[in-house]
Ligand binder design. Structure first.
Ligand code: UTP
Length: 294
C-alpha cells in the first residue's frame, strides 16, 4: 500500500465570517497565542509523516507564504541580540516540510480549491487539512486518518458528533458500524448542509479527510452545490455511494478559526496552557470568571 506523504491545505476562501479583519489578514494567519493557524496544520502534517504540502492560496494571502520562508535579515538581527533560540524557531517552521503554494484564482468553493492540487498529488493518496480548522489532539489527526486508511484501504473522512441544530452548517453522514471498531464507521452516503429532514445522522466531517486521486475527475464534473460553490462533500458523497469511505470519529478538539467564537475559544484554551502565558492567563481567567458570576 502506498505511503501517505502528501497533504493539501485549502486556504483560499474569502473568510467572510471573520470580516472585517479577514479582508486584510488571511484567516489562516490569525494567531493562536503566537502562531498562525496554518502553522499548527503544517506541524500536524509533518508529525504525521507528511513531507510535501501544497497550500492553496489567492492573491491576498501572501502572508502565508512569507511565514514559511526564511527571514535572513530578521534571523541576523535576532542572532546579533543573542536571541538565537528565537531565530531557530523561525527556521524550524520554515523547515517542517516541503511547503509549496498554488493560487485558486477564484474562490469557487472547497471542492474547486482541492481540485487545483491534481498535478501536485499525482497518483498518490493525500490528506486534506481545511485551512481554518485547528485540532488539538494527543495523536495528530492526520496520523489518525492515515492509520485508518492503512487499516481499511478506503478514503477516510474525519468526523465528530454535531448538535442537531448545528447540522445545517456542516454535512451529515449515512453510516453503519464496523464490527470491533468503536471509532470508525462505514459510510455510503453524505449530504452537505442538509435541510431539516434531510439529515442521515449527527456525524459531520470536520476539518480533515484523506482522499485518493480518483476525486479529481469527480470534482471536475461537479455542478455547483450548496451556496453555489463546488463542494468537496458532493465529490466525497459520490465516492461514498460508489465504493464507500471510512468515517473516523477522531480524538481531539477542533477549533474553527474561520468563526469568531472558534478563534476566541482556541486562544483561551491554548493561552491557558502555554508555557509563557499559562500561569498569568489562568490567574486572570479565574478573576474574570469570578467577577462575571457576581
Ligand atoms: P470555509 O467554507 O470555512 O471558507 O472553507 P470560506 O468560504 O472562506 O468561509 P466564509 O463562510 O466566507 O467565512 C474551509 C477552508 O477551505 C478554504 C478556506 O480558506 C478554508 O480554509 N477554501 C474555501 C478555499 O481554499 N477556497 C474556496 O473557494 C473556499
Amino acid at each position: 500500500m502506498q505511503k501517505v506523504t502528501k497533504a493539501v491545505i485549502p486556504a483560499a476562501g474569502l473568510g467572510t465570517r471573520m470580516l472585517p479583519i479577514s479582508h486584510a489578514v488571511p484567516k489562516e494567519m490569525l494567531p493562536i497565542v503566537d502562531l498562525p493557524a496554518v502553522a499548527y496544520l503544517v506541524e500536524e502534517a509533518a508529525k504525521s509523516g507528511i513531507t510535501d504540502i501544497l497550500v492553496i492560496t489567492n492573491r491576498d494571502k501572501d502572508a502565508i507564504e512569507d511565514f514559511f520562508d526564511y527571514s535572513p535579515e530578521y534571523e541576523a538581527a535576532l542572532n546579533a541580540k543573542g536571541r538565537g533560540e528565537d531565530a531557530a524557531v523561525l527556521r524550524r517552521f520554515a523547515d517542517l516540510a516541503n511547503v509549496t503554494f498554488l493560487r485558486q484564482k477564484e474562490a469557487k468553493g472547497l471542492g474547486h480549491a482541492v481540485g487545483r492540487a491534481r498535478a501536485f498529488v499525482g497518483d498518490e493518496p493525500f490528506v486534506v487539512l481545511y485551512g481554518d480548522d485547528v485540532i488539538f489532539s494527543r495523536t495528530p489527526v492526520a496520523k489518525q486518518l492515515i492509520d485508518a486508511y492503512e487499516k481499511y484501504e478506503r478514503p477516510v473522512v474525519g468526523v465528530k458528533r454535531v448538535a442537531p441544530e448545528q447540522l445545517q452548517k456542516y454535512c451529515s453522514l449515512k453510516v453503519s458500524p464496523i464490527e470491533g471498531d468503536t471509532a470508525a464507521f462505514y459510510c455510503d452516503d453524505m449530504i452537505e448542509k442538509p435541510k431539516p429532514g434531510e439529515e442521515f445522522s449527527n456525524l459531520s466531517i470536520l476539518g480533515r479527510v484523506l482522499l485518493t486521486p480518483a476525486v479529481f475527475d469527480i470534482i471536475d464534473a461537479l455542478p455547483p452545490g450548496a451556496g453555489g460553490e463546488i463542494q468537496l462533500t458532493d465529490a466525497m458523497a459520490k465516492i461514498a455511494r460508489e465504493s464507500g469511505v471510512t468515517a473516523l470519529e477522531f480524538e481531539g478538539d477542533r477549533y474553527d478559526l474561520g468563526s469568531k467564537v472558534g478563534f476566541l475559544t482556541a486562544n483561551v484554551v491554548a493561552g491557558a496552557s502555554h508555557p509563557e502565558t499559562g500561569e498569568e492567563f489562568r490567574a486572570f481567567l479565574k478573576r474574570f470568571v469570578a467577577e462575571m458570576d457576581k
